[in-house]
Design a protein around this ligand. Structure first.
Ligand SMILES: NC(=O)c1ccc[n+]([C@@H]2O[C@H](COP(=O)([O-])OP(=O)(O)OC[C@H]3O[C@@H](n4cnc5c(N)ncnc54)[C@H](OP(=O)(O)O)[C@@H]3O)[C@@H](O)[C@H]2O)c1
Length: 349
C-alpha cells in the first residue's frame, strides 16, 4: 500500500502498532515529542521519524505534511487528542486514535461537522475497548432490535503495564461512574451499581460502572438511549463499594494521578516493559427492550495488540478507499461482517 501513515506516540502502543503497519507493507513513519525516545524506537523498527510537540501547532502541522492518515497512540488522550485532531482537520489528514477516554470521544464527536466539511475521517476508539465493545453492541442489538438499554462489560487483559495504560486506568477511576440515562449523561453511584458478574470464562469478578468513550460512541453507533459501561476491579464487592467512591475523589486532581504514576514507574525501575503474554480479553454487551427481552453477546480476542493492529489496518484500507468523512466508530466504518471475520481470524491464529 503506498498510503502514507504517521503513528504519533512512541510508547508501548505506538511501537507495536508502527511495527505491525510496517510489516504489512505500509509507508509508515513514527512521530512524537522526544527526539531521543522517538529516534531510538524508529531506528529499532527501521522506519523514518518526525518530531512534533503537540503544544506547538506549527510543528504539528509541519509533521503532518504529506501524510494521508495519522494515528494517535499517545495517551492521555484528553491532552493529546484535541491538538492533534485540530491540526489534522486543518491539514485535511484523516485521524484515528486508540482512545477509550470519555472526554476525547466527546471532543471527537464535537468535531464531526468540521470533519464532514473537510472531507476528513475521524475514527476514535480503534483499540480493543472501543472496537470490541462496539461489535458486541452490534451483535446484541441485532437480536433485540428495539433495545432500550445496553450494558457493556469490557475486560482488557494482558495489556502492558506502561505509564500510559496506568494513566488511563487512573483517569477512569477518577472519572467515577457515569451512564447514559434516556440520552442524558448522569453520574452513577458506584455503591448502588457495582455488582458481581460472571465472566465468559467462568470467573466471578466485582465490576464497577466507569465513564469510557463507549458511553458516547456506542450510543451514537446504535441509537440506544440507555448505556452503562462496567469493568472488573480486582477486589471484593464490599471493598469496591466502600473504597471506590473516596478513591475516585482522591484521584481527581491530575497532580495526584501523576504522583501515583511516578511512584509506580519508579518501583518498576527503568527496565523495558516486557511484551505481555496473550490472555483472552472480552467485551460483552447485553441489550434489553422494554418488555424485558434481552440478549448478551460476547467478543473475545486472544491478544489486544494484534487485534488493535488488525483493526487499524482494516480502517486505513476503508478510509483510503471510501467516503468516510465525519466522525465514526470503528464498528460503523468496518461493519459487523468485517469485524466478525477479523475476530474469527484472531481466534484461529
Ligand atoms: N499498550 C497498549 O497495548 C495500548 C493499547 C491500546 C490503547 N492504549 C492506550 O494508549 C495510550 C498510550 O499507551 P502506551 O502503552 O503507549 O503508554 P506509554 O508506553 O507510557 O507511552 C505513552 C506515549 O505517549 C506520549 N505522550 C504522553 N503525553 C504526551 C503529550 N502530552 N504530548 C505528546 N506525547 C505524549 C509519550 O511521550 P514521551 O515518551 O515523550 O513521554 C509516550 O510516547 C494509553 O492511553 C493507553 O491506555 C494502549
Amino acid at each position: 500500500m503506498g498510503v502514507s501513515v504517521l503513528v504519533y506516540g512512541a510508547g508501548g502502543a505506538g511501537r507495536s502498532l508502527c511495527a505491525a503497519l510496517a510489516a504489512a507493507g505500509l509507508n509508515v513513519e513514527l512521530a512524537g515529542r522526544s527526539p531521543e525516545r522517538v529516534g531510538a524506537v524508529a531506528r529499532d523498527l527501521g522506519v523514518p521519524y518526525r518530531i512534533a510537540d503537540l503544544r506547538d501547532r506549527v510543528s504539528v502541522l509541519g509533521a503532518l505534511d504529506g501524510v494521508h492518515l495519522v494515528i494517535n497512540a499517545a495517551g492521555p488522550f484528553a491532552r493529546t487528542a484535541p491538538p492533534l485532531l485540530s491540526a489534522a482537520l486543518t491539514a485535511g489528514v484523516h485521524y484515528l486514535d486508540l482512545s477509550n477516554e470519555y472526554s476525547s470521544h466527546t471532543h471527537a464527536w464535537f468535531r464531526h461537522r468540521d470533519a464532514v466539511a473537510r472531507q476528513t475521517a475521524i475514527v476514535c476508539g480503534s483499540g480493543f475497548g472501543g472496537t470490541a465493545a462496539g461489535l458486541a453492541a452490534l451483535r446484541a442489538v441485532a437480536e433485540v432490535p428495539d433495545a432500550h438499554s445496553l450494558d457493556i462489560l469490557f475486560v482488557p487483559r494482558g495489556s502492558s503495564g506502561t505509564a500510559g495504560v496506568l494513566r488511563s486506568t487512573l483517569s477512569l477511576v477518577a472519572g467515577g461512574g457515569r451512564g447514559l440515562l434516556n440520552g442524558t449523561l448522569r453520574r452513577l453511584s458506584v455503591r448502588r451499581f457495582a455488582r458481581a458478574e460472571t465472566l465468559p470464562n467462568g470467573d466471578v469478578v466485582s465490576v464497577a460502572p466507569v465513564s469510557t468513550g463507549d458511553l458516547v460512541s456506542i450510543a451514537r453507533g446504535t441509537r440506544v438511549p440507555n448505556v452503562m459501561v462496567f469493568t472488573p476491579v480486582r477486589v471484593s464487592l464490599r471493598v469496591l463499594r466502600v473504597l471506590m467512591p473516596p478513591l475516585s475523589v482522591l484521584l481527581r486532581p491530575g497532580w495526584v494521578r501523576e504522583a501515583v504514576v511516578a511512584a509506580v514507574m519508579r518501583r518498576k525501575g527503568r527496565a523495558e516493559t516486557p511484551v505481555p503474554a496473550p490472555r483472552m480479553s472480552y467485551a460483552q454487551a447485553t441489550a434489553t427492550d422494554t418488555s424485558g427481552r434481552s440478549h448478551t453477546a460476547v467478543v473475545a480476542v486472544p491478544h489486544t495488540r494484534d487485534f488493535m493492529a488488525a483493526v487499524c489496518l482494516a480502517l486505513i484500507e476503508e478510509v483510503r478507499g471510501g467516503d468516510v468523512a465525519g466522525c465514526h466508530t470503528p464498528a460503523q466504518v468496518l461493519g459487523r461482517d468485517r469485524l466478525d471475520e477479523l475476530v474469527g481470524r484472531m481466534v484461529q491464529t
